[in-house]
Design a protein around this ligand. Structure first.
Ligand code: 4AD
Ligand code: MG
Length: 472
């Protein structure tokens, strides 16, 4: 290990000081100029090789992808495009790279091709930028909650309950399912049926009932067979849960939280965002006019920071959608005909992108399309749910005020034919010192999609898990 990174060298004033740097070759031009990258920055450092005094054996090993250690002097660059460069004194080849078979050639690759080479794609500009943005957003999330007095809690990954009541779970078992016709889960490892968690919310509620304000940040698993650019079978979710918060407090917190992390990202990842912004502009130029984005990436981020999110009830959204068309020629694929239907992504995006032109929070949804734990309103038809909808994404946050009244919760559970005995501990929270409380879930990958302008969720997580795909 050495103490220098490309990022730190690019910020250093070049005064012919001795430096050592390790990294991977991006390109090698004219037997002389190595562009070296070590992942610390989107930018590379140019290393100028004294080819007359370098062995031809070493020179022949310098290819795109080769890893090496370079010792030399940091000097002012005579070339255009960079302030400083390294005058190379010594090259140590660390790992050779077969140029003919190396998938990451110095040219533009399709995102599909890179997905098939997910183990190497982080060496491209696009993926290294996306991964630095991902890291920064994760850190900003912890920073926000720490500043607001929340406690970070960890909830189980293996659970017995279906928190969302949607039945889209991956079973966890040690039974040999091939050997048996009848499966008896009493004989299983945990002596009961278990699955990978779809949400840490129920357990987070338990922790909030003693710690006040908590949040989880962990992996979540859903076996929904939706092969879309917005769904993963394994994704990361942030779930804050707050005692004594009603639905309005919940919406206020969610809005403030998202604005904070986007602002933090703009401050911390300027170069990566500039690069991703330019990438989107270039990509747009290859599309027909009517498919181009109206706003570039930085404009989109600013819209989130600078506007109050529009808040409307489901019933108000329903009225708008019933009387609208996505454009002059087209109708919605799923027409909004009667009150009570679930909104599809086309409706959500219409409200955000065409109608209000800013993020929208829809609240007070029909009870029948939402989970059992949401607080029933006086009208007995709607619940205190809220979804936050974002441009280009649709739903980015789903949350609610929780039902804290034991009798109402019990009757909801019965109505939905959920096994009450699985939820005995959840009901206990309503028996012993129940209080009004709320929370929400933010999908990390949906947030990264928004923040990077990438269009497929498979390209913002290192190794995506989707139907029929779990390579790496
Ligand atoms: O709306 P959801 O299902 O809400 C819950 O799970 C609640 N328990 C949250 C809570 O109140 N604590 O999921 C929350 C968010 C969605 O808004 C979306 O951003 C993301 O999680 N999400 C997914 N992201 C990627 N792939 C999937 N299959 C996702 N399903 C949900
Ligand atoms: Mg939801």
């Amino acid at each position: 290990m050495n103490n220098f990174t490309v990022n730190s060298l690019l910020k250093t004033n070049p005064k012919s000081q001795k430096v050592v740097i390790e990294g991977w070759v991006k390109t090698f031009r004219a037997n002389r100029f190595i562009s070296l990258n070590d992942g610390s920055s989107y930018e590379n450092i140019q290393c100028v090789v004294d080819f007359k005094n370098t062995s031809s054996e070493t020179l022949s090993k310098i290819n795109t992808g080769t890893s090496m250690k370079i010792e030399g002097l940091l000097v002012e660059s005579k070339g255009k495009g960079q302030k400083s460069e390294i005058k190379v004194e010594k090259i140590t080849i660390l790992g050779e790279c077969d140029m003919n078979s190396y998938p990451i050639q110095p040219k533009k690759h399709s995102l599909e091709f890179l997905r098939e080479n997910a183990h190497l794609r982080v060496r491209t500009n696009t993926f290294s930028s996306v991964m630095r943005v991902r890291s920064n957003l994760s850190f900003a999330i912890h920073k926000y909650f720490k500043e607001k007095g929340f406690f970070y809690v960890n909830t189980p990954i293996i659970t017995g309950s279906d928190a969302e009541g949607a039945g889209e779970m991956f079973k966890v078992t040690t039974l040999d399912l091939n050997k048996k016709n009848e499966v008896n889960f009493n004989e299983d490892f945990f002596g009961k049926e278990t699955n990978l968690t779809v949400s840490g919310q129920l357990e987070a509620e338990s922790l909030a009932m003693g710690l006040g304000k908590v949040y989880t940040f962990g992996p979540t698993f859903r076996a929904e067979n939706s092969n879309t650019s917005r769904h993963l079978a394994e994704f990361w979710m942030i779930e804050p849960e707050m005692a004594f918060y009603d639905l309005k407090d919940n919406m206020d917190l969610a809005e403030d939280f998202i604005k904070f992390i986007i602002k933090d990202l703009i401050n911390e990842c300027k170069k990566d965002l500039d690069f991703l912004n330019q990438r989107l502009i270039d990509e747009d130029k290859t599309k027909p006019m009517n498919e181009r984005n109206e706003l570039n990436l930085l404009d989109r981020l600013n819209i989130v920071i600078k506007n109050n999110f529009k808040r409307i009830t489901y019933s108000e959204a329903f009225k708008i959608l019933k009387n609208s068309k996505p454009n002059k020629k087209k109708k919605f694929k799923f027409p909004i005909l009667e009150w009570g239907v679930d909104l599809q992504s086309e409706h959500e995006r219409f409200l955000v992108e065409k109608h209000f032109k800013k993020p929208v929070i829809i609240y007070d949804y029909p009870a029948k399309i939402k989970a059992f734990y949401m607080r029933m309103n006086e009208d007995k038809k709607t619940v205190k749910a809220m979804d936050i909808l974002f441009p280009g994404i649709g739903e980015i946050v789903g949350g609610s005020q929780r039902e804290e009244r034991l009798d109402v919760l019990k009757s909801r559970i019965k109505e939905l034919k959920i096994e009450e005995k699985e939820l005995w501990w959840y009901l206990d929270l309503r028996k012993y010192g129940t209080v009004k409380h709320s929370g929400f879930g933010l999908g990390l990958e949906r947030l990264i999609l928004f923040a990077t302008g990438m269009s497929n969720i498979r390209d913002v997580i290192p190794f995506p898990r989707t139907p029929k795909s779990a390579e790496f």
